[in-house]
Each structure stands twice: as C-alpha cells, then as structure tokens.
Design a protein around this ligand. Sequence first.
Ligand code: PMP
Length: 459
Amino acid sequence: MTYQNFSLKQLQDIDAAHHLHPFTDHKDLRDAGARIITHAQGPFVYDTEGNEILDGMAGLWCVNIGYGRDELADVAYAQMKELPYYNSFFRCSTPSPVLLAQKLAEIAPKNVNQVFYGSSGSEANDTALRLVRHYWALEGKPQKNRIISRKWAYHGSTIAGTSLGGMEAMHGQLHGAVPNIAHVMPPYAFELKEKGESDHDFGLRAARAVEDAILEAGPENVAAFIGEPAMGAGGVKVPPESYWPEIDRICKKHDVLLMLDEVITGYGRTGEWFAAQRLGLEPDTITTAKALTSGYQPLSALLVGDRIAATLVEKGGEFYHGYTYSGHPVACAVALRNLEIIEREGLIERVREDTGPYFAEALEERLAGHGIVGETRSFGLMGAIEIVSHKDTRKRFDGGGAAAVAVRDHAIAEGMMMRAVGNTMILSPPLIWTRETIDMACDRIVRALDKAEIDLRKT
Ligand code: PMP
C-alpha cells in the first residue's frame, strides 16, 4: 500500500469524503477526523503519528492471538495460490472448510457436531434464527417460533441481528423488526439488583424473567432463548453464577431451545474453548465468529447441536439458505491454523489458570478502589469498570456516557485502547497478554482515571 505518500490530514479528508463508518455519528467524525491505524505487532497497534497503543480490545474482541502472525499470512497466501475460492453449494466442497468443521466438532460441547459457515457474527445469527424456526416447523410445530432475548443484548447489526438484540437505540432505527422476538431484563446486578438482594437471588430473579416470558406466550409458542454468556457490547455484564443453571433448567422444562451467542466468548476468552463448557451448558446452537480466525479473515461458524441437525438432515429436504462465502477456503485455512496456534501456545489454559484470575485480581486491587470506579468485574479476559461520581451511592456523572468517553480519551492518550459503553469501560484483551501486560494496562488505566477525575470534578 502506498498510504505513506499521504499525510494524516489527507487521509482523514478522503475518509470523510467517501467512507461511512459503522456505528458512527458521521458529522462528529468528520469534525474530529479518524485516528488511522497503520500497523500492529503483538499486543500493540500503531497510528500514522507513530503512537504505540496497547490494544485492550483485541481489535473488536477478535485478535485473540495478537498481531503480526506471519504464519497466518503464509497460510492465506498458499491457499489463495492453490484455490482462492470455490463455493460449497451444489454438492461441492473444498478441503479447508471440511477439515475445519471436523476440528470445530472436536472442540465444541459434546452435543455439537455440525457447522454452518458465514462471514460475520450477524450472518451466523441470521442463520441461527432461521434454523431454529425451521426446526420447529419440521417438527410439526410452526407456531412454536417466539424467541426470548434480553434488553442490552447484542446479536449483530443485520435486521435479524438487530431484532434479536436488545439495544433500544438500534431498534429505534429499525423501522420494522423481525416479528415475535421478546426482550426481558438482563442479569445486570450493578444497576438492577435491589437493596438487600444477594447476587445469587438476583441471578435467579433475572432467569425467572425468562420463564415469565415463556409462560406469558405459552411454552408451545416459544422456540428458543438466546443469550451471550456474558453480555459484551452491552457493557460486559457478567451474570451471577446462579443465572445460567436456572436458564438451563427453565429451557429444558419448557422444551425451549438454547441459543448461545459466543461471538465474543468463543475460542478461549473465558478459559475454555467455549463459555458453554465453563458454564456446563449443551446449547442447541452456538454462534461464533471473531476469534475463530483471530480477525485475520472474516469468518463465522454457527455450531449446530445434534437435536437440530438430526431433524434438518432426516426431515429437512433443502434448506434454502446460504452465503456466497459460506466455507470460504482462505478464511477456513486461516481459522484452522489460528486454532492450532491457540492450542500450541496453551493460550486457553493460560487464561483459565493464570491470566484470567490475575486480570480479575488486578482490576479489583488496582482499579476498584479508585474514586470514580463503582465496580470492576470480569469473565476470563473480558473486563468492565463502572464509572460513577459517588462510590457509595453508585450515582453516575451527569451527561449520559460523557464521563466514560472522557476516561476513554485519556486512556488512548496514555497509550491504552479501551472502549466506553454508556457509563462502563470495557476491556477484551488478546489472550497473549501476560501478567506484565496486565500490569502495564492497569498503570495506564489508573493514570487515565486520575486525569478524567480531575476533569469531571471540575465541570
Ligand atoms: N454477537 C455478538 C455477541 C457480538 O459481540 C457481535 C459483534 N460484536 C455480533 C454478534 C455480530 O458480529 P459481526 O459484527 O461479525 O456481524
């Protein structure tokens, strides 16, 4: 690429003239100009100005093995030379999606042995929604098609993804959601737990909101419950330990399928291949994308449980659904090598036994006591820091999420990439982080919190 011939200002002007960014206030961005990241290595990204930034978000929850892996570039190059593309329609296949499917069946929960490929998490959730409703129709129960989801859930940005998700602002711009999807309270103890209520009891209450929605519709009309093991984009909302076992019990009791969205938690982030394994769940579908290739190629895999797969194969006939890039050979070849690297380097064990617990401890010991922090929480290598103006009452700063944006901006200036969601700072580091990297991140975050507090108390 020859971007070196362009100044930052030139690139920003061209960007403003021609590029509509995702989830962006375009006017705002045009006034400010985009930060342009040019290269990356290990846990760091670098911008046009040569700033080195520790990437606390693993790109967008995806670069689990870190940047600069020549091995993946070599695999992609070799696959592109041999066979850059062929489709998997019309009784065709290519080797890499076949071998990847075998690998995915090996690492997935025991009841999951089939894979449907796409290019993004949103596409995979479209597939999941269609497949689940199709399943019940094939079982002779077409009316059993309501889906229960949660407020604050994020399941993608296509029409189906937005409808499944529980983001009010997104729904406001949908102008016609996919029908028959209900959203109940999320298991977000920090804001929703009542005075004197234990985490355990709150978790049960949040799960019972799902049961109430099932009973209200009538179980004979409810196809599935969908949830992220811990809500990611909604603010790393980690449910109390009582929540998932109760959800599992409720789904089984009412014969409601369990759809787990592991687009963020899949491929090691929580210290197991899938959070389903950590939580002891055997979901009927598991949506995965992102870290399947560590973001080096766009690829998603909807993992399909035996119950749905058996019906689809035995009674289904043709399933009228698929994407040009379902099973893309280059993306699948890269995914296979990515999974091999995760295994070879013991990254999942590292998260489970070392960096996950250390991360939780570091957030608690180094950040939770800060004057503008109301709580820290984590789930493997996903973390959240709640920003408050009064620690005791958990009162927020005025101005919506402006306080968290102030923390984020100071963090980036300190060389720490993290995200602000509402009043919550979120982290999702690559699995290659060590204890030293976690210490470095905490040093930078403390400095950002200190500086933000000075600004925020002034205004
Ligand atoms: N589900 C979850 C839980 C996600 O976090 C995301 C993306 N952040 C998606 C689905 C959608 O994935 P994509 O952006 O690849 O379409």
